[in-house]
Design a protein around this ligand. Structure first.
Ligand code: R7I
Ligand code: MG
Ligand code: MG
Ligand code: MG
Length: 344
């Protein structure tokens, strides 16, 4: 069990890294040709050849900040996290950050991190960002707190609110974290029932969204609605076209229109998908997620984290990994997080 869990930790963080690195070159394209992607994955996953690594983006930069925040503080510490995000941004600003989150880093620095949530709260005229920036970096929270669902939910919220305070941005991060937890607790050899997996997520989101009922929101249960769509599309299988998936689930930088999409990609890729030729369901997940276009680095990264936590790192093709920036460092950080969790 221990060996399996350690492999799931590495799988999850490497899955997030590979989705980011391999998806980034296609970010913003409307639909990516499956033929082109097949060649891309065949080449990078085949016999090793020397080439510049595929660079990671803000998704991984921020995931590493959160990981190191947890390792240094034995749990999430918001003020230190705000500092880490800001220092990282000013060190390497060209990692493809969201358009608006940059304002948060400038304000945090100007205000000397006095209130780690203040600048995020002021975004979008006080509404807070609903972007997927909280969800895209959430894997370390799921890995560290997975033994307690309420700890996962609580810490997913706290860590997200350093940059994103809009309910949709926060709940998207909660949903992604809970999906990773469910994968961690599943047997990779066992039969996964996709409907059951999404029903469990639905039930968690029903209670998360219920807690917020009194807030007077116009649309109080958006994630439950999207998870119903996930189930419908899974039932349709091959009969649902990529365009239908794109249209109904979305592929944008909004958390509501990307987190359920990532979960769908993982579940859909359990079995064969037309025009994707591989026996490896981890690889199939990434290939499929990127093929949907839009926010490809982030959707592939989130789908990759869920898939990697399910299958473990033995499913991650060695040469594919070698073509991604910092893969050894991420694997080592996963081991450190695993060691810390065992002690906690
Ligand atoms: O969410 P965030 O960190 O961006 C993450 C994305 C990922 O795809 C990364 O790979 C990277 O490319 O960026 O950054 P934010 O700037 O908070 O949000 C991203 C975008 O979502 C914003 O620039 C807006 O276009 C949009 N957005 C909103 N638009 C209108 N009203 C987010 N919140 C709002 C809103 O309330
Ligand atoms: Mg990115
Ligand atoms: Mg971008
Ligand atoms: Mg992105």
């Amino acid at each position: 069990m221990d060996i399996l869990m350690a492999s799931k930790y590495r799988g999850c963080l490497l899955g997030a890294l590979l989705g980011d690195c391999l998806g980034a070159p296609y970010e913003g394209e409307s639909l990516v040709s499956k033929v082109v992607l097949q060649q891309y994955f065949d080449k990078l996953g085949g016999p090793y050849f020397k080439a510049p690594v595929k660079m990671y983006t803000d998704d991984t930069a921020m995931t590493k900040c959160l990981l190191n925040n947890i390792l240094s503080n034995r749990g999430v510490e918001p003020r230190d996290l705000a500092k880490r995000f800001t220092v990282e941004y000013f060190n390497e600003p060209r990692r493809g950050y969201g358009q608006n989150v940059i304002d948060v880093f400038h304000k945090l620095r100007a205000e000397k991190f006095e209130d780690p949530f203040g600048p995020a709260r002021a975004q979008f005229n006080g509404g807070g960002s609903y972007g997927n920036g909280g969800a895209m970096r959430i894997a370390p929270i799921a890995l560290f707190y997975y033994k307690s669902l309420s700890d996962v939910i609580e810490n997913a919220k706290v860590s997200t609110k350093v940059t994103h305070t809009n309910k949709k941005g926060v709940d998207g991060a909660v949903l992604q974290a809970v999906a990773i937890c469910q994968s961690l607790q599943s047997n990779p050899e066992g039969k996964l029932n996709p409907q059951e997996f999404s029903d469990k997520l639905f039930n968690v989101m029903a209670s998360v969204e219920k807690d917020e009922e009194g807030l007077g929101l116009d649309d109080p249960t958006p994630y439950q609605a999207q998870l119903r769509v996930v189930k419908d599309l899974l039932e349709k299988g091959d009969a649902a076209s990529d365009e239908e998936v794109q249209m109904k689930l979305g592929t944008s930088v909004a958390a509501l229109y990307s987190v359920p999409t990532a979960i769908f990609c993982f579940l859909r890729a359990r079995t064969n998908i037309p025009e994707i030729e591989t026996d490896n369901p981890f690889r199939r997940t990434l290939q499929y997620a990127i093929s949907l276009g839009g926010d490809t680095d982030t959707i592939a990264s989130m789908a990759g984290a869920i898939a990697g936590a399910f299958y473990g790192d033995s499913f991650i093709p060695e040469n594919l990994k070698k073509h991604c920036e910092s893969s050894q460092e991420i694997s080592d950080l996963a081991d450190s997080l695993y060691d810390l969790t065992k002690k906690a």
